[in-house]
Design a protein around this ligand. Structure first.
Ligand code: ZN
Length: 427
């Protein structure tokens, strides 16, 4: 394995450490997929987010306990993603803290709807692949893009506690233990985001509305459409605070008012540019495949380290915008009634002169490093169940080659776990 060096270098963004960000404000970075923050008040603590496992939460709390023994009386969930809500019980101890979230908070840990069918099994399988669960560290799972590849998995989802206070207003104040905060609804990576403004320290806790990577506008584990324009509006709002410290849900905090303004402004402009280019192409009747290849970030933005595609990816976002606004149909009448994959495969194999000829073409493509083309060819053989053992072997090696080229951690993990699954099915 020879992972993309830029992706390997990105791991500096989540080296394990506890940082004193300001007097009585601490951040735990790199212990889990997400960060945890602690605000120390007169007679109690406020915790912002809680990681995805009780084990990671315990490790962080042990570090925080070296600083203060005060009880945690308030826990704030910036949003409902499981990597922010699953260690709460560890911080709560037996103190019954209030748990604050937005009134449209919708935990992704909530049990599958028993009345209406939902593709929960698919989501689980795909989530495993996106996060590389089951891959070795560091050779295979370098990272998750905005969090470390080596982190505890014990107690996954186990420490979740239901919110006890739901925030209804767009902006509301929260005064606790001598700390005055403002909570602001700011939809972005999820619709239920709240960000926390600590004006006395000029600190903004922005949840997942900013982290050091191109934003996850679409996650390949399978997500409903995320509102691109709402995220842009929220970034505009975050800039107005003129924060001197930006404390994100993932990756290192950012300090310096000018720097934060630049980072948030670039983030906003990147999403705006992607939307504008995609809309323009859609209006010229281009489909998602064409747009995924043609839409690029402007050069000045693409070079910024915090807009590199370690976690989110431009091409996937373009497809998500298309599907979220015009739906699945690309507009080409040919695609209204596409052949089944098996029928297309059989026809293509016949056209190629048989399964052996197609396999040979796939091997040639792979030997010329045209790995994507090799994958597209072998999928025909697999769909038609012809030469499928050899085809699957080639698929495994091509997926691994794609993984090493990939700068995106989710993509890398997905390729590698898919390869592992196919390999295991062959033995
Ligand atoms: Zn997150």
């Amino acid at each position: 394995m020879n992972p993309n060096p830029e992706l390997v270098a990105q791991s500096k963004q989540f080296e394990k450490q506890v940082i004193e960000l300001a007097p009585d404000v601490y951040g735990a970075i790199g212990f889990a997929a997400s960060n945890v923050y602690m605000l120390i008040g007169d007679d109690g603590l406020i915790i912002i987010d809680s990681t995805e496992t009780t084990k990671a939460a315990e490790n962080i709390f042990a570090e925080f306990r070296k600083v203060t023994k005060k009880p945690v009386k308030t826990i704030i969930y910036t949003h409902s993603h499981r990597d922010h809500i699953s260690g709460a019980s560890v911080f709560a101890e037996n103190n019954n803290p209030e748990i604050i979230a937005s009134d449209n908070f919708e935990s992704d840990l909530v049990a599958i709807d028993s009345v209406h069918p939902k593709p929960g099994m698919a989501l689980m399988a795909r989530t495993k692949r996106q996060f590389g669960m089951g891959l070795s560290f560091p050779a295979e799972r370098v990272s998750v893009g905005v969090g470390p590849g080596d982190r505890p998995m014990e107690g996954m989802g186990a420490g979740y506690m239901e919110p006890t206070v739901l925030i209804k207003e767009q902006r509301s104040s929260l005064s606790r233990y001598g700390i005055d905060l403002e909570l602001i609804k700011a939809p972005g990576e999820t619709p239920d985001h709240i960000v926390v403004w600590y004006s006395a320290r000029k600190m903004l806790f922005c949840g997942d509305n900013f982290y050091s990577s191109f934003p996850m506008l679409y996650a390949i584990r399978g997500t409903a459409y995320r509102d691109f324009n709402a995220w842009v509006d929220s970034l505009e709002l975050l800039i107005e605070f003129q924060a001197e410290t930006l404390a994100p849900g993932h990756t290192m905090p950012v300090t310096g008012e000018d720097k934060i303004k630049e980072y948030l402004g670039d983030y906003r402009d990147a999403i705006k540019s992607l939307v504008a280019q995609t809309v323009d192409g859609m209006n010229r009747q281009l489909g998602p495949d064409e747009l995924a290849h043609s839409v690029k970030l402007p050069v000045g933005l693409a070079e910024k380290p915090y807009l590199k595609e370690f976690y989110g990816k431009v091409a996937w976002s373009v497809r998500a915008y298309f599907a979220g606004t015009l739906g699945w149909f690309d507009g080409n009448a040919t695609n209204l009634a596409r052949l089944s994959p098996k029928q297309r495969a059989l026809n293509t194999i016949a056209l190629a002169g048989g399964a052996d000829a197609l396999l040979e073409a796939a091997n040639k493509a792979a030997s010329e490093s045209q790995h994507q083309w090799a994958l597209e060819l072998v999928d025909h053989l697999i769909a038609a169940d012809e030469e499928s053992h050899a085809a699957k072997m080639l698929k495994v090696s091509s997926l691994r080659a794609m993984a090493d080229l990939e700068i995106n951690a989710a993509g890398r993990n997905y390729y590698l776990l898919s390869a592992q699954e196919i390999e295991q099915s062959l033995t």
